[in-house]
Structure formats: structure tokens, C-alpha cells
Design a protein around this ligand. Structure first.
Ligand SMILES: C[S@@+](CC[C@H](N)C(=O)[O-])C[C@H]1O[C@@H](n2cnc3c(N)ncnc32)[C@H](O)[C@@H]1O
Length: 216
């Protein structure tokens, strides 16, 4: 399964880097950091939303922390990835848990608006999106989270600087700067903990935010 997942990831990254947004699936260390708050949960049963499941490296870690009565929805826009995660849910030992888990081959923008979650765990490649799309997605996360709910997401360290150097064109540099401003706004207002993960390619910074920390 590991080799197959890596092959599908490489094919997608080569074909559509903008959406895939990574050169490799997340490491175990990054998956652990992304699920640290879920692991420390102090609620009875929980509902989790994963945005951008990829080949399932973070999904697998999420599943480790789920048990009877819990629910997981994974939204993944790429049909090859969504298919792979679906197959892993059925066949991979790591996913043999009693929780209910569903994979949706849809963009996160189409998430079922009526559902509410305790945790949102996002692997979306914000740096590749338009600033307005990033803002829209943060607002979706805010809306679907229950009071006290936690949103965890990561950024690759130095990624925006590198993207601007590679971009060359002023419009592209402005887009990347715009994404930076949106992410910074949410981090400055709502972050309560962050974690640097060096054991990942490339190293990453995990943000944990709570929208009810400050009222607007
Ligand atoms: C950087 S990869 C992360 C994959 C995986 N979570 C990991 O960490 O290894 C980003 C993933 O987000 C997916 N994606 C991109 N835009 C999306 C969207 N609007 N809605 C849902 N998934 C999206 C991509 O197809 C890709 O699988």
C-alpha cells in the first residue's frame, strides 16, 4: 500500500502540482503533530473533518485516535487520492477502528454545511490558492466547527519565500503575499499553539487555532 500510495502521489504532483501542493506525503512526525490536539481530546465522542486527505498519511493518524461513536469525514478533490483513501479504509489494518469514516471526492468548498465538527484537520496547500479562496476556506472552517472546536493546519517553512523567488512574475508574487496576509490574520487572532516539525520534507510549521479565542 505504501509503494502504491507514493506512486499515486508522485503522479498527481507531477500532473497537477498546484492542487497537490507537496513533493511527498506528510511524514509520521507531521501527522502526529497535526493530530496532537485530537489525541488530547477531553470530550466524549468526536466528529472530525479532514480537508485534503491526499494518500491518507494524516487520515491514518487521525484513525488511530478514533473509537466507537466517533465520526470522520475526509474531503479530497483528487479522485485518485479519494479512491486510494477509500480503499485504505476498507483494507488497511491501520483503519480497522469502530468509528464511522466517509471519504467525499469533493472540494472542501462543497462541505455539507449542516454538519458540525470538534476538529478540522487541514492539509490544503494554501500557498497555491488565491488569497480570497484561503479566506473563504477559513470561514468555512469557522462555520463548521462547534464552540471550542479546534482547527489544525500546516505550512511548509520558507515556502512563501521560495514560491516568490520561483514565481518571478509580479502578479504571482502579489498572490503569494496575499495568501501570507490572510494566513497571518487568522494565526495572529486565533492561534493558541504551534509546533515546528523538522522531520518532514520540507520541514513544516503546524498551527492550532480556535475561532472562539477572540470575538471579532
Ligand atoms: C499537500 S497535499 C496533503 C495531503 C495529505 N494530507 C498529506 O499531508 O500527506 C494537499 C491535498 O489537498 C487536496 N486538495 C487541494 N485542493 C483541495 C480542495 N479545494 N478541497 C479538497 N482537497 C483539496 C490535494 O488534492 C492534495 O491531496
Amino acid at each position: 500500500m505504501h509503494l502504491k500510495a507514493n506512486r499515486i502521489f508522485l503522479e498527481s504532483a507531477t500532473r497537477d502540482f498546484k492542487r497537490t501542493g507537496a513533493v511527498a506525503p506528510s511524514s509520521r512526525a507531521l501527522a502526529e503533530a497535526m493530530t496532537r490536539e485530537l489525541a488530547r481530546r477531553d470530550r466524549g465522542t468526536v466528529s472530525v473533518l479532514e480537508a485534503g486527505g491526499g494518500t491518507g498519511s494524516i487520515t491514518r493518524e487521525i484513525a488511530r485516535h478514533l473509537s466507537h461513536g466517533d465520526h470522520l469525514d475526509v474531503y479530497e478533490i483528487n479522485s485518485a487520492f479519494a479512491w486510494l483513501i477509500g480503499q485504505r479504509l476498507r483494507e488497511d489494518e491501520a483503519f480497522r477502528v469502530e468509528a464511522t469514516m466517509r471519504v467525499h471526492n469533493h472540494a472542501i468548498e462543497n462541505v455539507e454545511r449542516a454538519r458540525r465538527y470538534d476538529f478540522v484537520i487541514s492539509g490544503l496547500p494554501f500557498n497555491n490558492f488565491e488569497p480570497e479562496t484561503v479566506r473563504e476556506i477559513f470561514e468555512i472552517f469557522r462555520r463548521v466547527l462547534k464552540p471550542g472546536g479546534i482547527c489544525s493546519f500546516y505550512e511548509y517553512i520558507f515556502a512563501r519565500g521560495a514560491a516568490k523567488i520561483i514565481a518571478g512574475k509580479p502578479a504571482e508574487r502579489e498572490r503569494v503575499d496575499g495568501v501570507g496576509r490572510v494566513v497571518k490574520k487568522y494565526v495572529n487572532r486565533y492561534e493558541y499553539r504551534r509546533e515546528i516539525v523538522l522531520r518532514n520534507l520540507p520541514p513544516a510549521l503546524v498551527h492550532h487555532i480556535r475561532f472562539d479565542l477572540w470575538s471579532d
